[in-house]
Design a protein. Structure first.
Length: 75
């Protein structure tokens, strides 16, 4: 367990239709501002991650990881 870079937060409990909880960027900024180092993305929230696209596109995965990392977070 030497790779854990916490604290981290599971985003599912915060998903909402109001900002900042209605977009991945908003949730990443919120988590980062609170001092979190990692996030766990709920895979059933298609506006946060498109699993079908992730399964087919390394570019999509790299872009998603880059977006998350730009907030100082790991996924």
């Amino acid at each position: 367990m030497k790779t854990i870079k916490g604290p981290a937060v599971f985003l599912a409990q915060f998903v909402d239709n109001k900002s900042p909880f209605n977009s991945l960027d908003g949730m990443c900024k919120w988590a980062s501002d609170l001092g979190y180092k990692g996030i766990q993305i709920p895979t059933w929230e298609h506006f946060l991650i498109d699993l079908d696209k992730a399964a087919e596109s390394q570019i999509y995965c790299d872009e998603l990881k880059g977006k998350i990392n730009s907030y100082g977070l790991e996924k």
